[in-house]
Write a protein that binds this ligand. Structure first.
Ligand code: ATP
Length: 598
């Protein structure tokens, strides 16, 4: 997902999420500043001890009467030093607590906002956004942002502050030595630029190989059974080995080149320290600076080296954090599905009549449906047949207002569905699809999803009507048996029976059924047929049909081809017409399904 909103929007957005926790952020950053200030003070205080001891020793050596080591002053400075350490440790602790607390609350809010947003997105959003992309936005991108705020932000603030304070402290000691030591900055920058440029390319290659490795693993594990059946284990190992080897080589090169930065920067630092020590010693001998100042100065060179050596790593983290920020706020600024009109259908007038009036529709610029008309009375059963890609699912997508018509209108109980609140429209429907959706939870919860306020006896009643009660009873935990995340611990037909029970429980005015294909055994197929007959009783139903048995009794059969209804009528009427339906009908005796026909 690419960023479609400006940085201004992103920054404003992130600040809005941070606002409720501003006091915590303020305390955390104040503590970070305090700890950095103490950190840069330490070398000077340590230097004071050395200077004191050196001065006292010199006086004793010179034999000055009364000369002695001033332990009282030494202890005073050491106490100051220890106090600094304690205060710094406390400041770091407090800042970590408040920062983590504020950031995790903020991430919780961002994840919640993303989830709310996804629920409000129009179905068409998922036509051009991969599911993986959306998933990665809610998980990976929020994680990247969290890490960036948690670690990178503190490191950047500490680094910049340390850099400024250390330079001030160095100038305070001696400006000549400082100018000499500052050579370290352009040299480090040069080395970093040189290596980062190279390692960035290698890291990109490593990332691409990681993507390939993921793809290969998904493909291989996803097709586990097929691979075994086709005896392709050896090929599989070979294929994996190939990507794995490339992964090893690219990871090695990337890591090796980037690991060179640190020793090179350290080398420059050592040379600078050596040079500073020589100049420093001369200045100490001349009496321009104290010995403790020299010691402090060398410690400062180390302190300045720290943020410098982290620049490349930090800049990569900052870049990926900004990329994540861009994706998050692009998602949060996506256009939501409008909630529909204000026209309500009174509860007692909800009958489930459906009219398509000169409907035109296309997913893109071209029209798939040019002129679709139908009139379905309350309680009628409508069968929809046609070859694959004819537009059967599209017809249902329009009825549920997943997409809006481009011409004409669709009316439910006499009201144009665009004038109805979407929620009200959808509350009139139940869906039973081939591609069943069950969630991780008990069977009871899965059926009750149809109507959350249903009593236990109503859930059991629905299961009985759906022919699935007996099956549930055979499970060791009955209605409390758990369905796992992939719902692969029960069969396809049983899953569909459960979704029928869910649909029955909802007691909708209109039902959309995608008839099961031949993937279930004869016994289950019979149970499914029975259950479907029961759920259809007394309500308007649309059945995307694949077999004859369902079609014969339908009140209306719609024959679709290339998006349009080419024939409609009852089974007998359509047979008499001797048109496409008759052709499809006879082809079924030859063993084909309707949707396999052209
Ligand atoms: N989200 C979409 N975006 C673009 N085109 C789509 C989309 N969904 C379906 N189509 C296209 O619209 C046409 C009708 O598809 P539809 O899924 O309605 O057919 P169908 O009759 O239900 O087919 P099947 O029996 O295979 O499920 C097809 O050409 C399909 O490729």
């Amino acid at each position: 997902m690419n960023r479609k909103v400006s940085w201004k929007v992103c920054i404003k957005g992130v600040l809005a999420f941070a606002k409720p926790y501003r006091t915590k952020f303020f305390v955390a950053f104040f503590m970070v500043i305090l700890s950095t200030a103490i950190y840069t003070m330490n070398p000077t205080v340590e230097g004071m001890v050395t200077t004191q001891l050196a001065d006292d020793a010199a006086k004793i050596m010179e034999g000055i009467p009364g000369a002695h080591v001033d332990f009282q002053r030494v202890f005073l400075i050491l106490t100051l030093l220890i106090t600094c350490f304690i205060v710094r440790a406390l400041a770091l602790l407090i800042s970590a607590f408040f920062l983590t607390n504020a950031i995790q609350h903020m991430m919780h809010d961002i994840r919640g906002a993303l989830q709310k947003k996804i629920q409000k997105l129009p179905v068409r959003f998922f036509d051009d956004h991969a599911f993986g992309d959306v998933l990665s936005c809610v998980t990976n991108d929020v994680d990247t942002l969290s890490n960036a705020l948690q670690q990178t932000l503190t490191k950047v603030i500490t680094g910049v502050l340390t850099f400024i304070l250390v330079i001030i402290m160095m100038f305070r000691i001696n400006w000549i030595m400082t100018l000499l030591a500052l050579v370290i900055i352009p040299l480090t920058a040069l080395i970093t630029k040189l290596f980062v440029g190279r390692s960035q390319k290698l890291f990109d290659r490593q990332q691409t190989t990681v993507g390939e490795l993921n793809g290969t693993i998904t493909e291989l594990y996803g097709g586990f059974n097929e691979i075994i059946v086709y005896n392709k284990q050896e090929d599989t190992i070979q294929k994996f080995e190939d990507v794995n080897r490339r992964m090893r080589d690219s990871a090695f090169q990337a890591q090796f080149v980037s690991s060179l930065i640190s020793p090179c920067v350290s080398f420059i630092t050592y040379v600078t320290i050596g040079a500073s020590a020589v100049v420093g010693c001369i200045l100490v001998i001349q009496g321009t600076i104290k010995i403790g100042d020299l010691q402090a100065f060398i410690r400062y060179i180390w302190q300045i080296n720290d943020p410098l050596s982290q620049v490349s790593q930090l800049s990569a983290q900052v870049q990926s954090a900004f990329a994540a920020l861009g994706r998050i706020f692009t998602m949060l600024n996506e256009e939501e599905e409008d909630q529909g009109g204000e026209k309500h259908v009174a509860k007692d007038r909800m009958k489930g009549t459906v009219t398509f009036d000169h409907v035109q529709f296309g997913y893109g610029k071209d029209l798939l449906m040019k002129d679709v008309n139908m009139d379905v009375k309350s309680g009628q059963m409508v069968a929809i047949v046609g070859p694959t890609g004819a537009g059967k699912s599209t017809l249902m997508n329009l009825l549920l207002r997943f997409y809006d018509v481009k011409g004409g209108s669709i009316k439910v109980d006499g009201v144009d569905i665009r004038d109805m609140p979407r929620e009200e429209l959808r509350s009139m429907f139940s869906l039973v699809l081939q591609d069943t959706w069950l969630f991780k939870g008990s069977i009871y919860e899965n059926i009750r999803y149809g109507r959350l306020d249903a009593r236990k006896d109503e859930v059991i009643g629905a299961a009985k009507m759906a022919n699935v009660h007996h099956f549930i009873r055979t499970l060791s935990h009955g209605y409390d048996s758990l369905i796992n995340e992939e719902a692969n611990n029960i069969s396809q037909g049983e899953k569909q029976l459960l979704t029928i029970a869910r649909a029955i429980l909802k007691d909708p005015q209109i039902l959309i059924l995608d008839e099961a294909t031949s993937s279930v055994d004869t016994r289950l197929e019979k149970m499914l047929q029975e259950a479907m007959q029961r759920v259809m009783e007394g309500r308007t139903s649309f059945v995307i049909a694949h077999r004859l048995s369902t079609i014969r009794d339908a009140d209306l059969i719609l024959v679709l081809k290339d998006g349009d209804i080419v024939e409609q009528g009852t089974h007998e009427e359509l047979l008499e017409k001797k048109g496409m339906y008759e052709k499809l009908y006879h082809s079924q005796f030859a063993g084909q399904n309707f949707d396999e026909m052209d």
